[in-house]
Write a protein that binds this ligand. Structure first.
Ligand code: GDP
Ligand code: GDP
Length: 477
């Protein structure tokens, strides 16, 4: 499933990241403790009126560090034109039209991409009126908002969703972020269970991602140059021409958007600058992302952003510490790394981590084995009775305070999603959610894949009866 990409473009300080945080804010709670939930994150998933989209704050993209502001903003606009489905061009009503606004507007007008002109910092009616001067930029629709105060941001979200390309059927179907209301009152119906069981699982789709220079193209070229992994023809699998099919243990696997990775270097190093958004799209189309990092540099904030995006998209992850060949090692170097990683990034506790060298080929095949395994974990289904044995034990050993937990059921795979019925979801503490997740993982693994726990209210039988009584009396009268 590929979500439409919406990019925010504009000069520094116009309020891009403020708007970004406002539009993606509420969804952060689903996967706890993911990296990049700080103010400086760049990608996120937004949702409005049931439509989901990937939002990118281009102000946070490190395109060519050190270049001039003008060049940087123009670069961001170019990336947005290349890769986004919709562009939010943001300007500052408190400052008025800046020369650079004209230049960016010219570029955007020439591009065949939908653009919304967002006049920010229209904090009051007077500013809003003054904002009318931006009509001179010739970009429509135009809307005046205040990202900081939330003024008209709902109207902007309406405009945004209207301007998105129509939802693909998979997007609508796969949108299992929240269970349909049918689940609220009890277990899955027979038909729903049957549908779950029939989910078609094709060959695993794997995206090779990571920040520049971590070794993506070296990795892909090594895999595709590997005689044993070559598949000339894959019966029954349709694939995009930009993807590659390989054989892992004789079973097919799709490497998503290898064209984007191989092309660079060969034709134009400049293309690399566009690879960030391209990677996002690849992740959306994949089951599992192999995230490459550079052992020489350690696990950086940028790496954490990439992993964060993968987890937020509900995809599996294999974290590769690449260039392991250049690390000086003694008997416990890898162990020390693992410990440090899991300490620094608790969300990696259940992630799959491989130390490898794309250059020498060390553990390259192993990475693909792991990716396959993670893809399988992502589709694992736990029968309701078994799940409830685990949850009941967990609750007995460590009861939550002030909350009653009735039962749990798995409502979706890919990622595995569980609904836990309780008397009052607002009383579930963050740490208790973590505890239940750990108990479920201790039993079933789900290695490498995020899992979602959704707490839903369920009135107890008793209070339901109590609530029902007065109504019956009323009817008799
Ligand atoms: P970016 O560089 O474009 O990402 O801009 P930021 O989101 O970091 O915002 C730059 C400054 O403008 C910050 O101090 C924000 O608090 C402020 N700001 C953002 N939106 C508004 C707004 O709607 N009204 C006002 N008055 N200030 C805003
Ligand atoms: P990409 O930008 O992620 O596609 O990275 P490249 O595949 O172009 O690799 C960037 C640089 O790192 C190149 O000079 C590679 O030769 C080098 N490189 C890639 N993988 C390894 C590795 O496992 N070990 C070492 N020592 N160098 C590597």
């Amino acid at each position: 499933m590929s979500l439409p990409v919406v990019a925010i473009v504009g000069r520094p300080n116009v309020g891009k990241s403020t708007l970004f945080n406002r539009l993606v804010g509420e969804r952060v709670a689903i996967v706890e403790d993911i990296p990049g939930t700080t103010r400086d994150r760049v990608y996120g998933t937004g949702e409005w009126n049931g439509r989901r989209f990937t939002l990118v704050d281009t102000g946070g993209l490190e395109l060519e560090p050190g270049t001039h502001i003008e060049a940087r903003v123009q670069d961001q606009a170019r990336v947005a034109i290349e890769e986004a489905d919709l562009i939010l061009f943001m300007v500052d009503a408190a400052v008025g039209i800046a020369p650079l606004d004209h230049e960016v507007a010219d570029r955007l007008r020439r591009a065949a991409k939908p653009v919304i002109l967002v006049v920010n910092k229209a904090d009051n009616p007077r500013r809003e009126l003054e904002g009318a001067e931006f009509y001179a930029l010739g970009i429509e629709p135009m809307i005046a908002i205040s990202a900081q105060h939330g003024r008209s941001t709902g109207d902007l979200a309406d405009l945004l969703v209207d301007a998105l390309p129509p939802a693909s059927p998979e997007e609508t179907e796969a949108d299992l972020g929240e269970p349909a209301s049918a689940f609220v009152d009890g277990d899955l119906s027979e038909t729903e269970l049957a549908e779950l069981a029939e989910t078609e699982i094709g060959p695993p789709r794997v995206a090779i991602v990571g920040r520049p220079n971590t070794g993506k193209s070296t990795f892909v070229n090594r895999v595709l140059g590997h005689e044993r992994m070559i598949v000339s023809d894959l019966p029954g699998t349709t694939r995009d021409p930009v993807d590659s099919a390989v054989a892992v243990d004789g079973e097919p696997m799709i490497l998503v958007d290898t064209a984007g990775i191989r092309r660079r270097g060969a034709i134009d190093r400049g293309i690399e600058r566009y690879s960030v958004l391209r990677s996002l799209k690849a992740i959306d189309r994949a089951d599992v992302a192999v995230v490459l990092t550079d052992a020489q540099e350690g696990y950086t904030a940028q790496d954490a952003h990439v992993v964060g995006y993968v987890l937020e998209a509900g995809k599996g992850v294999v974290l590769v510490i690449n260039k392991w060949d250049v690390v000086e090692k003694d008997g416990h170097t890898a162990d020390d790394w693992l410990k440090a990683l899991r300490r620094e990034a608790p969300y990696l506790a259940w992630a799959d981590i491989v130390f490898a060298s794309a250059l020498t080929g060390q553990r390259v095949e192993r990475i693909l084995h792991e990716a396959r395994r993670v893809a399988e974990e992502r589709y694992r289904r736990v029968p309701t009775a078994e799940l409830n044995r685990v949850v009941t034990d967990a609750v007995r050993e460590h009861p939550p305070s002030h909350v009653r937990i009735y039962y749990a059921t798995q409502v979706a795979v890919a990622p595995p999603t569980f609904v836990v019925f309780v008397n009052d979801p607002t009383l579930i503490h963050f740490s208790y959610r973590r505890y239940l997740e750990n108990r479920i993982r201790a039993e079933y693994g789900f290695l490498g894949t995020p899992i979602k726990l959704i707490f839903r209210q369920r009135v107890s039988e008793e209070s339901a009866r109590r609530q029902a009584r007065p109504r019956r009396i009323a009817r008799r009268r």
